[in-house]
Design a protein around this ligand. Sequence first.
Ligand SMILES: NC(=O)c1ccc[n+]([C@@H]2O[C@H](COP(=O)([O-])OP(=O)(O)OC[C@H]3O[C@@H](n4cnc5c(N)ncnc54)[C@H](OP(=O)(O)O)[C@@H]3O)[C@@H](O)[C@H]2O)c1
Length: 289
Amino acid sequence: MAEHSPKKVVLITGASAGIGKAIVTKMLQEGWTVYGAARRLNQMEDLKQAGAKTLFIDVTDEASMAKAVDAILEAEGRLDALVNNAGYGSYGALEDVPVDEARRQFEVNVFGLMRLTQLVLPTMRAARSGTIINISSMGGRIWMPIGGWYHATKHALEVLSDALRMEVEPFGVNVVVVQPGAIESEWSGISADNLEASSKNSVYRFFTEPMARILRGYTSAAKPSVIADAVATALRVKKPRRRYRAPFDAKLYVRLHWLFPDSVWEMILKSRIRSTDKQVKTGKQEVHG
Ligand SMILES: NC(=O)c1ccc[n+]([C@@H]2O[C@H](COP(=O)([O-])OP(=O)(O)OC[C@H]3O[C@@H](n4cnc5c(N)ncnc54)[C@H](OP(=O)(O)O)[C@@H]3O)[C@@H](O)[C@H]2O)c1
């Protein structure tokens, strides 16, 4: 193993787009040695130019994760933080989404993430320091129809993060959950593609069509830098908060869900879906959750 690098080292998954790319850029500005990982290496050329190191990781392929972690430890002799950001939205009515697709959704958003976490923990425990940051979603606290499997993965991630936090705290390792609201990225287009693929002959068109339009019209979401700022804040302090939520819509929806009984929450959702769809159709969209 190499001599310890003088700079702190972070591995960020899902670095080829959206939030991950913004986190890589931010952590370079913070003076860290930054490893960005994803399947599309060519989409990370700009990050390489900016000073990041890039690696191939498919979070459904254990060998690629083990190889990446070994390469970092070999080159740097340390790994101070892991940002588990890779993920996607599998949308569609629960009756329509093939169970194999639901399994893939869990494989990427939950099992792959947890396997990578297992691979870095021995190094962090031995150093008696380190931070795991899991990019969840406001969708890890709230839920919507047509996003059932996606929300299920993010709810699972919330619970796993809480259990893990208590397990690794005695070893000096922090676990932080970040809950983004609506953010500009490739996420909504990919979610809309998945929704349309599973809804071709759907009897749930009264929900799937407005949801597809809303996902396609996801134009007034916040910049990914708001999430990168939250991650940087968590990595700057010795004792980070358990959860960071941004931008304002994430704080608002999570609070509303907490305040109201399920019956009222369902009414709020129905009215938000109707009004956001109307805004998308007329080109006057507000941020949607
Ligand atoms: N955008 C939002 O509104 C929003 C809101 C709440 C939470 N989030 C969460 O934020 C995280 C980042 O999403 P984003 O908005 O930045 O979406 P994005 O622009 O679609 O980026 C997703 C990233 O995940 C990577 N990825 C997907 N499948 C992968 C796999 N099997 N193995 C390795 N990497 C994989 C993609 O890279 P490759 O395709 O190159 O592998 C890409 O870099 C996700 O966990 C998402 O659920 C997003």
